[in-house]
Design a protein. Sequence first.
Length: 505
Amino acid sequence: MTRTSSTAAVDVPIVVDPALGRLPGQIVDGFRDLVTRGALRPGDRLPSSRRLAAGWNISRGTVLTAWDQLAAEGYLAAAHGSGTVVNPDLSLVHPAPRPHPPAPTGQPSSIAGPAATAGVDLRPGRPGVTGLADASWRQAWRRAAAHPSPSSVPAPGLPALRAEIAAHLRQMRGLVVEPDEIVVTGGARDALAALLQIITVRLGHPPRVAVEDPGYPSLRRVLHRYGAAVVEIPVDDDGLSVTALEELSHPAHLVLVTPSHQYPLGASLPVGRRLRLLDWARRTDALVIEDDYDSELRYVGAPLPALAALDRGPRSPRGERVVTLGSFAKTMTPDLGSGFAVLPATLLPEMVALRSDLGPAPAPIVQRALADYLAAGGLRRHAQRMRREYRRRRSLLSDAFTEVTAVRVLAMDGGLHAVLELVRTADAVSATAVESAVQQQLLAVDVQLGALGDYWASSRPRDRFGWVLGYSGISDDDLRRGLELVRSTVDHVVAQAAPSGPVPL
Ligand SMILES: Cc1ncc(COP(=O)(O)O)c(C=O)c1O
């Protein structure tokens, strides 16, 4: 039997008017309409006929006549105990129409659309959550829920959680920080929004922010929302071009960078560039925002230390130029809406004041559960499991395209996605056409994937084309099926687009 959120009776908002004809017929039509629109659901408990009759100002006998008809049509059933409910097995009697497939989204999204169960969702950004809800996860949530607190957490976050994050950063990111340098946030976007508010107040106007191009669209949208002047800096096989940053005629106040693995192309910023980046920040009095989004999931070679580790030394043990943003969205699940920022001393007081004015994020009960889970070693175990799993899936993906000469798989050292790049493209126009034709043809067979073009700022011409494939949030079978469809579609579209072919693009 379908469960309802409560056993209280629902409203039956039907307009009943003697001037409009037979009353039982109006009730029956109105009831069917409420069910079709989903306002009434299987299992919903209905008010008594006496109460409905009084509300509609009609006789109880009229309501019972309508009820008889609806019961005969399969809409109503007797409730356990007493009363009447919307038939819990209604879908067997009146099947709902099939949902439409999701419309194409230009942007990667972290949630699969309604048709994703039938199709294959290879869009990036969805972590595998199998095994996450282990015994320590469940215990952490039970404990957090069992002891509601009468007081809120301190503005920078629950002390126990900040201590666990400091331990996590030391063990997994080679970054030694004190818990009081950490502010708990509602994820990377939330942290960036807070930083922008602080810097805007300081400058008296929104800052100029340099970003990687291609880069992560969601964080770029935060910059636009807060009125920042966004300057796109090209990315090459080693990540952000520090030379282009140094050559800006108006230096940026902030630079947003993914040094560990560039998003989405995957390069790791070499030490030489890291040092030049920090030097540039010191000379121009700028801040570097290090988006350290899923570095724990590196599975080839040793993880590189966070950029912030280079910003610290005997002369500046607390760091001066780098803000590190961390998120639990990919290492665990976006359900947590949680992350953290490691801040230089110059920013901490303002960040704490802002958090104190706006209130805690994420909710204190989430902070308590997270602290408990981290203390039990849950994240370390989960990350280890995920690393093994993702390494295997990454090979699956590379193997799927070894014979396809038109593309290369960019070797990612970690993470949850891979880039399939078109090689030997004739020109930008035909490569863009191939990129979008593959995406459209796959959509027609219910396979969704990201196009590389979605990660570029529209204002800059680009010279790289292809697709971004997430391989984590789906079953092995779906992944294999999806990869096979991508492979055959790329083969087909590229062959059609070849100069000697019929060129239908
Ligand atoms: C490049 C990048 N940065 C940051 C994040 C995390 O953002 P948030 O914590 O706001 O969900 C993600 C998550 O998908 C990401 O892909």
